[in-house]
Design a protein around this ligand. Structure first.
Ligand code: ATP
Ligand code: MG
Length: 292
């Protein structure tokens, strides 16, 4: 059994975030893991080619995490194994005025790829049950009162679950990653961003302010994961203190999704096959004519 199973959440039992590790087991060998990640990246490219040729299923990878958990570098690593023509990456920031004037799923649903392609969401509609929950952002949203009363976040969980089922029923698979960095490691990475001039641009003092809400965020992640993990749209709680290990597990989860999709190059019908043979003959005849 692959070690990925230890980090997969499919909604069968409720999970406690505290029981998930931030680092790999001591027995895990870094060199081996890096080699396996490289192999997975090569496999991913072959799967993606088939996915595109078949054009039946779309794959959406969602990355959520606290600041400095390594979303950007993990996404960069995944992309290094894929053909950029078949995948788009979107970063979801604080909603702009047009986005805030729509329902909360609108901006993400617009970014779903055509089937056969992939998309990576760097943050997503999950922000609307994470930062929005921690800071009760819906209270100041331009919404009618009935939408701000009662269990606002609970209703959003249901909407997300229904939305993800809807996408699944329309030929999409969504897999969701929570890069589970520890609070200590985040502090280390923030300090590095301050101390190293080449990393200064990555530092934002608002990230330090958000860090003060760490426990609220963990509670929000735990309840969002429990409310929205399903067999078809699983969550992966990825230990993120060691980037090489996080990258490996993410690549394993993507391979797992591809294995479920089972993409294959389309086989041509009899008529199309005859046309191929005809065109082949034309090309060979042209070559022979030149040689004469
Ligand atoms: P990095 O800091 O590595 O560049 P990032 O994803 O943190 O990447 P930022 O521009 O720093 O990018 O942050 C985006 C911010 O937008 C985050 O604080 C996030 O919580 C916020 N955000 C995203 N979606 C929403 C939303 N729907 N409502 C409110 N805030 C949101
Ligand atoms: Mg940030």
């Amino acid at each position: 059994m692959s070690e990925l199973k230890n980090f997969e959440v499919k909604g069968k039992d409720k999970i406690k975030l505290k029981t998930f590790p931030h680092s790999p087991d001591k027995s895990v060998e870094k060199e081996k893991i890096i080699k396996r990640t490289q192999e997975n990246l090569a496999k991913m490219e072959r799967f993606q080619d088939k996915l595109y040729s078949e054009g039946k299923e779309g794959l959406v990878l969602i990355f959520q995490a606290m600041d400095a958990a390594g979303k950007d570098s993990t996404i960069k690593n995944v992309m290094s194994g894929l053909n950029p023509q078949g995948i788009d990456v979107y970063s979801f920031k604080v909603p702009n005025s047009e986005e805030i004037a729509h329902d909360f799923l609108w901006r993400a649903s617009k970014r779903f790829p055509t089937r056969g392609k992939m998309a990576i969401f760097n943050r997503s509609y999950y922000e609307d049950v994470l930062v929005a929950k921690v800071h009760k952002l819906y209270e100041s949203s331009p919404l009618p009162n009935r939408c701000k009363q009662g269990d606002v976040i609970g209703r959003r969980y249901k909407d997300i679950k229904n939305f993800e089922d809807y996408e699944y029923n329309n030929g999409y698979r969504i897999i969701k990653f929570f890069l589970n960095v520890s609070k200590d490691e985040q502090k280390k990475r923030f300090l590095e961003r301050i101390d190293l001039q080449v990393k200064n641009w990555k530092f934002s003092s608002s990230d330090v302010k958000e860090r003060a809400y760490w426990d609220d965020y963990m509670e929000a992640y735990e309840s969002a994961i429990n409310a929205t993990a399903t067999k078809n749209s699983p969550w992966y709680i990825i230990p993120a203190d060691k980037k090489w290990y996080a990258r490996y597990l993410v690549s394993e989860a993507i391979i797992e999704a591809f294995k479920k999709i089972k993409p294959e190059y389309p086989e041509l019908g009899e008529f199309a096959k005859e046309n191929l043979l005809h065109d082949r003959k034309l090309l060979i005849d042209e070559m022979n004519a030149k040689e004469d």
